[in-house]
Design a protein around this ligand. Structure first.
Ligand SMILES: Cc1ncc(COP(=O)(O)O)c(C=O)c1O
Length: 396
Protein backbone atom coordinates (compact mmCIF):
# COMPACT_ATOMS: atom_id res chain seq x y z
CA UNK A 1 0.00 0.00 0.00
CA UNK A 2 1.36 3.42 -0.76
CA UNK A 3 0.01 6.55 0.80
CA UNK A 4 1.23 10.11 0.30
CA UNK A 5 4.61 10.71 1.93
CA UNK A 6 3.46 14.09 3.16
CA UNK A 7 0.41 12.53 4.78
CA UNK A 8 2.61 9.84 6.30
CA UNK A 9 4.80 12.53 7.86
CA UNK A 10 1.72 14.38 9.10
CA UNK A 11 0.35 11.25 10.74
CA UNK A 12 3.67 10.55 12.44
CA UNK A 13 3.98 14.13 13.69
CA UNK A 14 0.47 14.32 15.08
CA UNK A 15 -0.60 10.81 16.03
CA UNK A 16 -1.34 12.14 19.51
CA UNK A 17 -4.15 14.29 18.05
CA UNK A 18 -5.91 11.15 16.85
CA UNK A 19 -5.55 9.58 20.29
CA UNK A 20 -7.11 12.64 21.92
CA UNK A 21 -10.10 12.56 19.59
CA UNK A 22 -10.55 8.89 20.39
CA UNK A 23 -10.38 9.76 24.09
CA UNK A 24 -7.28 7.64 24.71
CA UNK A 25 -4.65 8.86 27.16
CA UNK A 26 -1.10 9.40 25.90
CA UNK A 27 0.61 7.63 28.73
CA UNK A 28 -0.27 4.57 30.70
CA UNK A 29 -1.17 5.70 34.19
CA UNK A 30 -2.58 2.52 35.67
CA UNK A 31 -5.98 2.71 37.34
CA UNK A 32 -5.70 6.42 38.16
CA UNK A 33 -8.67 8.67 37.46
CA UNK A 34 -7.85 10.80 34.41
CA UNK A 35 -8.30 14.56 34.20
CA UNK A 36 -8.26 15.43 30.53
CA UNK A 37 -7.45 19.05 29.66
CA UNK A 38 -6.16 18.36 26.15
CA UNK A 39 -8.98 19.20 23.80
CA UNK A 40 -11.06 22.34 23.31
CA UNK A 41 -14.18 20.19 23.13
CA UNK A 42 -16.51 21.96 25.59
CA UNK A 43 -18.14 19.98 28.40
CA UNK A 44 -20.58 22.84 28.90
CA UNK A 45 -23.94 22.12 27.27
CA UNK A 46 -25.34 24.40 24.53
CA UNK A 47 -27.57 27.28 25.67
CA UNK A 48 -31.29 26.37 26.03
CA UNK A 49 -32.10 28.51 23.01
CA UNK A 50 -30.23 26.02 20.84
CA UNK A 51 -32.55 23.09 21.69
CA UNK A 52 -35.59 25.36 21.34
CA UNK A 53 -34.52 26.56 17.90
CA UNK A 54 -33.67 23.01 16.82
CA UNK A 55 -37.16 21.84 17.86
CA UNK A 56 -38.77 24.81 16.13
CA UNK A 57 -36.97 24.02 12.88
CA UNK A 58 -37.73 20.27 13.15
CA UNK A 59 -41.42 20.90 13.92
CA UNK A 60 -41.87 23.22 10.98
CA UNK A 61 -40.57 21.23 8.04
CA UNK A 62 -40.73 22.66 4.57
CA UNK A 63 -40.07 21.14 1.14
CA UNK A 64 -36.43 20.28 0.42
CA UNK A 65 -35.42 21.42 3.88
CA UNK A 66 -32.73 18.74 3.97
CA UNK A 67 -31.60 19.15 0.36
CA UNK A 68 -28.40 20.85 -0.73
CA UNK A 69 -28.56 24.54 0.00
CA UNK A 70 -27.09 27.09 -2.40
CA UNK A 71 -23.30 26.59 -2.36
CA UNK A 72 -22.77 29.80 -0.37
CA UNK A 73 -25.53 28.82 2.05
CA UNK A 74 -29.16 29.68 2.73
CA UNK A 75 -29.93 33.23 1.85
CA UNK A 76 -31.99 33.76 5.06
CA UNK A 77 -29.08 32.65 7.22
CA UNK A 78 -26.57 34.77 5.35
CA UNK A 79 -28.90 37.76 5.63
CA UNK A 80 -29.31 37.21 9.38
CA UNK A 81 -25.54 37.13 9.82
CA UNK A 82 -25.02 40.16 7.57
CA UNK A 83 -27.58 42.11 9.61
CA UNK A 84 -25.76 41.20 12.84
CA UNK A 85 -22.37 42.13 11.39
CA UNK A 86 -23.72 45.44 10.06
CA UNK A 87 -25.19 46.36 13.45
CA UNK A 88 -22.05 45.37 15.37
CA UNK A 89 -19.54 46.93 12.98
CA UNK A 90 -21.44 49.83 11.44
CA UNK A 91 -20.55 48.60 7.94
CA UNK A 92 -22.91 47.71 5.06
CA UNK A 93 -22.66 43.90 5.09
CA UNK A 94 -25.17 42.03 2.93
CA UNK A 95 -25.68 38.33 2.24
CA UNK A 96 -23.27 38.83 -0.68
CA UNK A 97 -20.43 39.18 1.85
CA UNK A 98 -21.20 36.02 3.85
CA UNK A 99 -20.72 32.34 3.03
CA UNK A 100 -21.77 29.46 5.27
CA UNK A 101 -19.06 26.88 6.03
CA UNK A 102 -18.38 23.60 7.80
CA UNK A 103 -17.18 25.24 11.01
CA UNK A 104 -14.28 27.64 11.44
CA UNK A 105 -11.95 25.01 10.00
CA UNK A 106 -14.06 24.84 6.85
CA UNK A 107 -13.98 28.64 6.62
CA UNK A 108 -10.17 28.74 6.94
CA UNK A 109 -9.75 26.05 4.31
CA UNK A 110 -12.00 27.66 1.72
CA UNK A 111 -10.31 31.02 2.32
CA UNK A 112 -6.84 29.55 1.78
CA UNK A 113 -8.01 27.55 -1.24
CA UNK A 114 -9.58 30.69 -2.73
CA UNK A 115 -6.52 32.95 -2.41
CA UNK A 116 -3.32 30.87 -2.60
CA UNK A 117 -1.11 30.15 -5.58
CA UNK A 118 1.63 27.53 -5.12
CA UNK A 119 4.48 28.95 -3.02
CA UNK A 120 2.50 31.90 -1.64
CA UNK A 121 3.47 32.63 1.94
CA UNK A 122 1.04 32.89 4.84
CA UNK A 123 2.27 34.43 8.08
CA UNK A 124 1.10 32.81 11.31
CA UNK A 125 1.89 33.98 14.82
CA UNK A 126 3.41 31.60 17.31
CA UNK A 127 2.24 30.12 19.67
CA UNK A 128 -0.29 29.02 17.10
CA UNK A 129 -3.34 26.87 16.49
CA UNK A 130 -1.68 23.62 15.55
CA UNK A 131 -3.73 23.01 12.41
CA UNK A 132 -2.69 26.21 10.57
CA UNK A 133 0.47 24.76 8.96
CA UNK A 134 -1.55 21.81 7.63
CA UNK A 135 -4.36 24.00 6.31
CA UNK A 136 -1.84 26.25 4.53
CA UNK A 137 -0.07 23.25 3.06
CA UNK A 138 -3.43 21.80 1.92
CA UNK A 139 -3.64 24.63 -0.59
CA UNK A 140 -0.03 24.82 -1.75
CA UNK A 141 0.98 27.68 0.54
CA UNK A 142 4.11 28.07 2.63
CA UNK A 143 3.65 28.65 6.35
CA UNK A 144 5.84 31.48 7.64
CA UNK A 145 5.97 31.47 11.44
CA UNK A 146 6.54 34.69 13.40
CA UNK A 147 7.11 34.59 17.16
CA UNK A 148 5.03 36.87 19.34
CA UNK A 149 6.68 38.60 22.32
CA UNK A 150 7.35 36.81 25.62
CA UNK A 151 3.97 38.10 26.86
CA UNK A 152 2.36 36.88 23.58
CA UNK A 153 1.68 40.41 22.33
CA UNK A 154 2.35 41.21 18.67
CA UNK A 155 5.88 42.14 17.65
CA UNK A 156 5.46 44.41 14.64
CA UNK A 157 9.18 44.40 13.78
CA UNK A 158 9.37 40.61 13.54
CA UNK A 159 6.18 40.53 11.47
CA UNK A 160 7.64 43.23 9.18
CA UNK A 161 10.84 41.23 8.76
CA UNK A 162 8.86 38.20 7.51
CA UNK A 163 6.83 39.99 4.86
CA UNK A 164 8.16 39.31 1.36
CA UNK A 165 6.81 39.84 -2.17
CA UNK A 166 5.38 36.27 -1.84
CA UNK A 167 3.34 37.09 1.26
CA UNK A 168 -0.33 36.57 0.48
CA UNK A 169 -1.90 36.69 3.91
CA UNK A 170 -1.46 36.84 7.65
CA UNK A 171 -3.67 34.84 10.02
CA UNK A 172 -4.58 36.53 13.29
CA UNK A 173 -6.44 34.61 15.98
CA UNK A 174 -7.84 36.66 18.85
CA UNK A 175 -8.89 35.67 21.48
CA UNK A 176 -6.04 33.31 20.95
CA UNK A 177 -5.71 29.57 21.16
CA UNK A 178 -3.49 28.57 23.03
CA UNK A 179 -2.66 31.73 25.04
CA UNK A 180 -6.01 33.44 25.71
CA UNK A 181 -4.51 36.75 24.52
CA UNK A 182 -6.72 39.46 23.03
CA UNK A 183 -4.59 41.66 20.77
CA UNK A 184 -4.99 45.36 21.54
CA UNK A 185 -6.56 47.82 19.13
CA UNK A 186 -3.26 49.71 18.95
CA UNK A 187 -1.28 46.60 17.97
CA UNK A 188 -3.85 45.61 15.32
CA UNK A 189 -3.71 49.15 13.93
CA UNK A 190 0.09 48.82 13.75
CA UNK A 191 -0.34 45.57 11.79
CA UNK A 192 -2.77 47.36 9.44
CA UNK A 193 -0.31 50.26 8.93
CA UNK A 194 2.45 47.74 8.20
CA UNK A 195 0.32 45.78 5.72
CA UNK A 196 -0.76 48.99 3.95
CA UNK A 197 2.86 50.08 3.69
CA UNK A 198 3.90 46.69 2.26
CA UNK A 199 0.90 46.72 -0.10
CA UNK A 200 2.17 50.02 -1.51
CA UNK A 201 5.77 48.75 -1.66
CA UNK A 202 4.92 45.47 -3.43
CA UNK A 203 1.87 46.69 -5.34
CA UNK A 204 -0.44 44.07 -3.82
CA UNK A 205 -3.18 43.57 -1.25
CA UNK A 206 -2.13 41.27 1.55
CA UNK A 207 -5.15 39.60 3.14
CA UNK A 208 -5.69 39.61 6.87
CA UNK A 209 -7.49 36.38 7.75
CA UNK A 210 -9.08 36.91 11.12
CA UNK A 211 -9.77 33.66 12.96
CA UNK A 212 -12.65 34.60 15.23
CA UNK A 213 -13.33 31.12 16.64
CA UNK A 214 -13.44 32.50 20.23
CA UNK A 215 -14.88 35.96 19.55
CA UNK A 216 -17.72 35.45 22.07
CA UNK A 217 -15.70 33.80 24.83
CA UNK A 218 -14.27 36.83 26.64
CA UNK A 219 -13.86 37.64 30.32
CA UNK A 220 -14.20 40.56 32.72
CA UNK A 221 -14.79 43.78 30.82
CA UNK A 222 -12.40 42.94 28.00
CA UNK A 223 -13.43 44.05 24.53
CA UNK A 224 -12.31 42.74 21.16
CA UNK A 225 -11.23 45.47 18.74
CA UNK A 226 -13.23 45.40 15.52
CA UNK A 227 -10.82 44.23 12.84
CA UNK A 228 -13.20 45.26 10.03
CA UNK A 229 -12.82 48.90 11.10
CA UNK A 230 -9.04 48.52 11.20
CA UNK A 231 -8.11 46.83 7.89
CA UNK A 232 -10.31 46.65 4.82
CA UNK A 233 -8.65 43.65 3.18
CA UNK A 234 -9.97 41.43 5.96
CA UNK A 235 -11.57 38.00 5.58
CA UNK A 236 -13.30 36.80 8.71
CA UNK A 237 -13.47 33.10 9.68
CA UNK A 238 -16.15 32.58 12.32
CA UNK A 239 -17.65 29.57 14.00
CA UNK A 240 -20.63 28.58 16.13
CA UNK A 241 -18.64 25.70 17.67
CA UNK A 242 -17.55 27.58 20.80
CA UNK A 243 -20.26 30.21 21.37
CA UNK A 244 -23.04 27.61 21.05
CA UNK A 245 -20.99 24.67 22.36
CA UNK A 246 -21.77 22.63 19.23
CA UNK A 247 -18.36 21.83 17.67
CA UNK A 248 -19.59 18.47 16.35
CA UNK A 249 -22.29 20.16 14.28
CA UNK A 250 -19.69 21.79 11.99
CA UNK A 251 -21.20 25.18 11.31
CA UNK A 252 -19.50 28.53 10.78
CA UNK A 253 -19.10 31.20 8.15
CA UNK A 254 -16.63 33.37 6.30
CA UNK A 255 -17.29 37.07 5.74
CA UNK A 256 -15.46 39.52 3.49
CA UNK A 257 -15.14 43.23 4.17
CA UNK A 258 -17.82 45.16 2.23
CA UNK A 259 -15.23 47.70 1.06
CA UNK A 260 -12.74 45.12 -0.19
CA UNK A 261 -11.63 45.57 -3.79
CA UNK A 262 -12.97 42.71 -5.92
CA UNK A 263 -15.03 41.28 -3.05
CA UNK A 264 -17.44 39.80 -5.63
CA UNK A 265 -14.64 37.81 -7.26
CA UNK A 266 -13.42 36.62 -3.87
CA UNK A 267 -16.92 35.50 -2.88
CA UNK A 268 -17.15 33.59 -6.14
CA UNK A 269 -13.79 31.94 -5.35
CA UNK A 270 -14.91 31.05 -1.81
CA UNK A 271 -18.11 29.52 -3.16
CA UNK A 272 -16.12 27.54 -5.74
CA UNK A 273 -13.75 26.34 -2.97
CA UNK A 274 -16.71 25.25 -0.80
CA UNK A 275 -17.86 23.12 -3.73
CA UNK A 276 -14.63 21.58 -4.93
CA UNK A 277 -13.30 20.83 -1.44
CA UNK A 278 -16.32 18.57 -1.24
CA UNK A 279 -18.30 20.47 1.38
CA UNK A 280 -20.84 21.45 -1.32
CA UNK A 281 -22.64 23.50 1.29
CA UNK A 282 -22.43 23.83 5.06
CA UNK A 283 -24.56 21.35 7.11
CA UNK A 284 -28.01 22.46 6.16
CA UNK A 285 -30.03 21.73 9.32
CA UNK A 286 -27.57 23.83 11.29
CA UNK A 287 -27.81 26.61 8.74
CA UNK A 288 -31.54 26.80 9.51
CA UNK A 289 -30.93 26.68 13.25
CA UNK A 290 -28.19 29.30 13.60
CA UNK A 291 -30.20 31.79 11.52
CA UNK A 292 -32.42 32.24 14.60
CA UNK A 293 -29.60 32.28 17.14
CA UNK A 294 -27.74 35.47 16.30
CA UNK A 295 -26.06 36.86 19.41
CA UNK A 296 -26.81 33.76 21.52
CA UNK A 297 -23.87 32.41 23.51
CA UNK A 298 -23.18 29.97 26.33
CA UNK A 299 -22.99 31.56 29.75
CA UNK A 300 -19.53 33.14 29.76
CA UNK A 301 -19.67 33.28 33.56
CA UNK A 302 -19.36 29.48 33.59
CA UNK A 303 -16.03 29.68 31.81
CA UNK A 304 -14.89 32.66 33.83
CA UNK A 305 -15.55 30.74 37.04
CA UNK A 306 -13.41 27.86 35.78
CA UNK A 307 -10.66 30.22 34.65
CA UNK A 308 -10.58 31.93 38.05
CA UNK A 309 -10.64 28.65 39.96
CA UNK A 310 -7.76 27.27 37.90
CA UNK A 311 -5.70 30.45 37.72
CA UNK A 312 -5.95 31.18 41.45
CA UNK A 313 -4.86 27.67 42.39
CA UNK A 314 -2.05 27.49 39.84
CA UNK A 315 -0.78 30.90 40.97
CA UNK A 316 -0.74 29.65 44.60
CA UNK A 317 1.25 26.58 43.52
CA UNK A 318 3.86 28.82 41.88
CA UNK A 319 3.00 28.39 38.21
CA UNK A 320 3.87 31.38 36.01
CA UNK A 321 1.35 32.33 33.32
CA UNK A 322 -0.58 35.21 31.81
CA UNK A 323 -4.20 35.17 32.90
CA UNK A 324 -6.28 34.52 29.76
CA UNK A 325 -8.57 37.36 28.68
CA UNK A 326 -10.57 35.16 26.35
CA UNK A 327 -10.92 31.64 24.85
CA UNK A 328 -10.66 28.75 27.35
CA UNK A 329 -7.01 27.88 27.62
CA UNK A 330 -4.23 28.62 30.12
CA UNK A 331 -0.67 28.47 28.85
CA UNK A 332 1.69 28.23 31.86
CA UNK A 333 5.46 28.08 31.69
CA UNK A 334 7.16 24.82 32.62
CA UNK A 335 10.39 24.55 34.53
CA UNK A 336 12.56 22.78 31.96
CA UNK A 337 11.34 20.61 29.14
CA UNK A 338 7.60 20.80 28.49
CA UNK A 339 7.43 17.19 27.32
CA UNK A 340 8.95 15.96 30.58
CA UNK A 341 6.57 18.16 32.56
CA UNK A 342 3.62 16.83 30.54
CA UNK A 343 4.73 13.27 31.28
CA UNK A 344 5.03 13.99 35.02
CA UNK A 345 1.51 15.43 35.05
CA UNK A 346 0.27 12.35 33.18
CA UNK A 347 1.60 10.19 36.05
CA UNK A 348 -0.89 12.09 38.25
CA UNK A 349 -3.66 11.37 35.73
CA UNK A 350 -3.50 14.92 34.33
CA UNK A 351 -3.48 15.21 30.56
CA UNK A 352 -2.38 18.48 28.97
CA UNK A 353 -0.59 19.33 25.73
CA UNK A 354 3.06 20.40 25.54
CA UNK A 355 3.80 23.92 24.26
CA UNK A 356 5.92 22.35 21.51
CA UNK A 357 2.77 21.33 19.68
CA UNK A 358 1.81 25.01 19.45
CA UNK A 359 5.25 26.09 18.31
CA UNK A 360 6.54 27.27 21.69
CA UNK A 361 8.51 24.96 23.97
CA UNK A 362 8.64 25.52 27.71
CA UNK A 363 4.87 25.76 28.19
CA UNK A 364 1.82 23.54 28.57
CA UNK A 365 -1.69 24.18 27.32
CA UNK A 366 -4.56 23.49 29.69
CA UNK A 367 -8.08 23.52 28.18
CA UNK A 368 -10.46 24.47 30.99
CA UNK A 369 -13.74 23.90 29.10
CA UNK A 370 -14.35 20.93 31.42
CA UNK A 371 -16.52 20.14 34.44
CA UNK A 372 -15.61 22.09 37.59
CA UNK A 373 -15.25 18.79 39.41
CA UNK A 374 -12.45 17.75 37.00
CA UNK A 375 -10.52 20.94 37.76
CA UNK A 376 -11.02 20.56 41.53
CA UNK A 377 -9.88 16.96 41.61
CA UNK A 378 -6.83 17.63 39.45
CA UNK A 379 -5.40 20.45 41.57
CA UNK A 380 -3.43 18.31 44.07
CA UNK A 381 -1.70 16.68 41.08
CA UNK A 382 -0.74 20.05 39.60
CA UNK A 383 0.68 21.06 43.00
CA UNK A 384 2.57 17.81 43.46
CA UNK A 385 4.31 18.04 40.09
CA UNK A 386 5.22 21.70 40.54
CA UNK A 387 6.62 20.97 44.03
CA UNK A 388 8.61 18.06 42.64
CA UNK A 389 10.27 20.33 40.04
CA UNK A 390 10.88 23.04 42.67
CA UNK A 391 12.66 20.52 44.95
CA UNK A 392 14.71 19.23 42.01
CA UNK A 393 15.76 22.76 41.04
CA UNK A 394 16.87 23.46 44.64
CA UNK A 395 18.80 20.20 44.86
CA UNK A 396 20.83 21.11 41.75
C1 LIG B 1 -8.08 28.90 16.83
C2 LIG B 1 -9.06 27.97 16.23
N1 LIG B 1 -9.47 28.18 14.98
C3 LIG B 1 -10.35 27.36 14.37
C4 LIG B 1 -10.86 26.27 15.03
C5 LIG B 1 -11.82 25.37 14.31
O1 LIG B 1 -13.08 25.48 14.85
P1 LIG B 1 -14.33 24.67 14.26
O2 LIG B 1 -14.70 23.63 15.25
O3 LIG B 1 -15.40 25.69 14.16
O4 LIG B 1 -13.95 24.13 12.95
C6 LIG B 1 -10.47 26.01 16.34
C7 LIG B 1 -10.98 24.83 17.07
O5 LIG B 1 -10.63 24.52 18.17
C8 LIG B 1 -9.54 26.88 16.96
O6 LIG B 1 -9.11 26.67 18.21
Amino acid sequence: MSISLKVKEGIAASSWVVKIFEGRPQTGSGDKEMYDFRLGNPKIEPPLEFAEELKKVANNPFPEMHGYSALAGHIQTREAIATTLSKERGLPFTAQHVIMTAGGAGALNIILKAILNPGDEVIVLSPLYLEYPYYIDNHGGVCSVVETNADFTLNIDTIAAKITPRTKAIIINSPNNPTGTIYSEESLKSVARLLNEKNRQFGKDIFLIYDAAYQDIIYDDNKIPDIFNIYSNTIFAASYSKPLSIPGERIGYAAVHPAMKNSGELMEALTFANRVLGYLSAPVLMQHVVAGLQGVCVDRAEYQERRDMFCNALRDFGYAFIRPKGAYYIFPETPGDDLVFTQELAKEGILVLPGKSFGRSGYIRIAFCVKKETIKKSLPGFKKVKDFFKRNAKAK
